[in-house]
Design a binder for this molecule. Structure first.
Ligand code: SF4
Ligand code: SF4
Length: 194
């Protein structure tokens, strides 16, 4: 049986597409009035938990991020500014995308620490942002809380994050939604892009 045989032939009205156009307009209007009602009620302090849809004017206005979201990696530093990383290779080993490349060298400055990374690269063109590297790290040396999602480049080499870039990145907590102890959102303001 031809796969098209199981479909009924279109009626005259179906061929005009008028019922579908009316259906689409009705759906759009329904969402419009629902959202407008939610925004007006919220404006007067009624039904505060009923949130209307919001259009973010991206890229001028950035959307608040949820704290669990994993964004571009950074490497954390010790008080003396050196990387916390001890080149144990746990992250490189656990990475399912095989996109972490570490070259280790001996750390002579501190007798308590055997190794440090000579180079530490992550190919974001391959990374799947699973966060395993963060979970596996025994030194809390790698985090994914920079709030940077806009990752692109014209070349594949440009997608490789090097150690110095990652050490210079800071956490962007102001881009994240904040909760109170009850789990309610207390702050999720728009953020003007710089
Ligand atoms: S987030 Fe996942 S895929 Fe990306 S570098 Fe870490 S372990 Fe590898
Ligand atoms: S970032 Fe953490 S897991 Fe990866 S090599 Fe350094 S210390 Fe080990």
């Amino acid at each position: 049986m031809n796969v098209h045989d199981k479909y009924k032939p279109l009626t005259f009205w179906e061929k005009t597409y008028i019922p579908r156009v009316i259906e689409g307009l009705w759906l759009t209007a329904k969402h419009f009035f629902r959202n407008m009602t939610a925004h007006i009620l919220r404006l007067f302090g009624i039904k505060l938990r009923w949130l209307g849809a919001v259009t973010y004017q991206y890229p001028e206005v950035l959307r608040p991020l949820f704290p669990r979201l994993r964004t571009m990696h950074r490497l954390t530093k010790r008080e003396d500014g050196t990387p916390r990383c001890v080149a144990c290779m746990m992250c490189e080993t656990v990475c399912p995308a095989r996109c972490i490349y570490i070259i280790a060298e001996e750390k002579f400055e501190d007798i308590q620490i055997e190794k440090k990374p000579k180079s530490f690269d992550i190919d974001l063109g391959l990374c799947i942002f699973c966060g395993y590297c963060v979970e596996a790290c025994p030194e809390d040396a790698i985090r994914m809380d920079t709030g940077i999602l806009e990752i692109s480049d014209y070349t594949r080499d440009g997608m490789v994050l090097d150690m110095q870039t990652m050490l210079n990145l800071e956490p962007k907590h102001d881009r994240y939604v904040k909760y109170n102890r009850d789990g309610d959102i207390v702050s999720s303001e728009f953020i003007e892009a710089k």
